[in-house]
Ligand binder design. Structure first.
Ligand SMILES: N=CN[C@@H](CCC(=O)O)C(=O)O
Ligand SMILES: [Zn+2]
Length: 411
């Protein structure tokens, strides 16, 4: 099965190989081919080149991409897409003056979502989540990480992870599952954090691992949630089951969680709205990817991750949505890329690199996804007729996506 895109106005993010993520000034470069063709064979990128050198392919279906850009699909390395219901009321409470922390103290927030999820059947949870997944695929997301963490009991966490597993089976894009039982203290452990940590480590982790339902382990390392010491304990325990950490950290306060994550070789540290010099230092000697979630900053009205400072320190950066019912009810990577440019002062090249190559690294799939490279999966975005790739973040709020391909198939 061959598919040929021809007359592509710009073929974007063309790389011979992608062995490492991009950092610092490397992120300013976005290699491309003008007036190009690309051949997909058996779901993979088979070859590409300039139209002037187009070979003859006898048996290929042809798509005329005149006026359009072809680029690797967005990779969303941080979402909570499996959840029940919504938290519209908290949105209104915040408009009327309450903070995210105050809402959580009143019993809203994550535990509110956990209550709803516990009361929702697995089938219903799957249907709600599948609808969201289809929505984000249409917006160009062609690989996604999804966390648990709205269960907060062994059974409800397993239910969430089974739903993620079912999504993985029923949809063709890469889906990675992260166990985030340490997202918040459930009400029954309100005054017994150590008791909940024991449950997480002695019961939930072994059951999750035994069922093979998680690729990664996560913890919300934050004042009022889980401490640096809890983080060390959980990540150490996760290691025994082969679970690599990707953690929530430095969202509201810098309490030393980044250093802890690096000590456990975390694949990524996510949020980073508040960064201290020692956090940047800790990242410098690591393979840990910093991940910014600008639509969370927009929705909560909190600071944006200091992208320029991170890049000026010769560090890499990835972008993700954080799609969840409380802090980011949006899974739109196009908006994330626009916000990164508008609010975090990233150049379009940097933002696109952060949402493709570096995002692939943060999801552990850089060898197969994230760039136009021979042999990689043909997970692609074909844009509308637009003047340049920079028009994507510039025209914020409009997605300008003509069609999305997963393994070479239009979805
Ligand atoms: N900060 C922690 N977790 C989620 C929000 C969870 C919620 O409010 O439901 C986040 O990444 O923003
Ligand atoms: Zn999150």
């Amino acid at each position: 099965m061959k598919l040929l895109f021809k007359n592509i106005k710009q073929l974007v993010q063309v790389r011979e190989e992608t062995l490492k993520p991009l950092k610092g000034s490397e992120m300013k470069e976005l290699p491309l081919l003008d007036n190009a063709w690309l051949l997909v064979e058996d779901g993979k990128i088979a070859d590409f080149g300039k139209m002037a050198d187009l070979p003859t392919f006898e048996d290929a279906s042809v798509i005329d991409a005149s006026g359009k850009m072809l680029l690797p699909g967005w990779i969303d390395s941080h979402t909570h897409l499996v959840y029940a219901g919504n938290r519209e009321q908290e949105f209104v409470d915040r408009i009327n003056g309450l903070t995210y922390e105050e809402i959580a103290e009143k019993g809203g927030g994550i535990v509110n979502s956990a209550k709803k999820l516990q009361e929702t059947s697995e089938d219903d949870l799957y249907l709600q989540s599948a609808r969201r997944l289809e929505e984000v695929i249409k917006m160009g997301t062609t690989a996604i990480e999804i966390k648990s963490g709205y269960g907060l009991t062994t059974e409800a966490e397993l239910k969430m992870l089974r739903v993620i597993h079912k999504l993985k089976q029923n949809y063709k894009l890469p889906v990675k599952a992260t166990f985030l039982g340490a997202h918040a203290l459930p009400p029954e452990f309100k005054n017994d954090k150590d008791g909940y940590m024991d449950l997480l480590i002695n019961e939930m982790l072994p059951k999750v691992a035994e069922a093979g339902l998680a690729d990664y382990v996560d913890i919300f390392c934050e004042k009022g949630y889980f401490s640096v010491e809890d983080t060390h304990r959980l990540l150490e325990a996760g290691k025994k089951f082969g679970l690599i950490p990707k953690i929530h950290v430095n969202q509201f306060n810098a309490i030393g969680g980044i250093k802890a994550a690096v000590a456990h070789n975390a694949l990524s540290v996510d949020h980073l709205e508040v960064m201290e010099p020692e956090d940047l230092e800790a990242l410098k000697s690591s393979d840990t990817m910093p991940v910014a979630l600008p639509s969370c900053s927009l929705f909560l009205g909190i600071p944006y991750t200091p992208a320029r400072e991170i890049l000026d320190n010769d560090l890499p950066l990835a972008l993700a949505t954080d799609y969840n019912p409380g802090s980011t009810p949006s899974g739109n990577m196009n908006l994330v890329i626009s916000l990164a440019c508008i609010k975090m002062k990233m150049n379009p090249e940097e933002a696109i690199n952060a949402a493709t190559i570096n995002a692939a690294y943060a999801m552990g799939i850089l060898d197969t996804h994230g760039s136009i490279t021979k042999g990689k999966a043909a997970n692609l975005i074909l844009t509308d007729d637009i003047p340049s790739y920079g028009f994507l973040p510039y025209s914020f709020g409009a997605n300008h996506i003509n069609s999305v391909y997963i393994n070479g198939k239009k979805v």
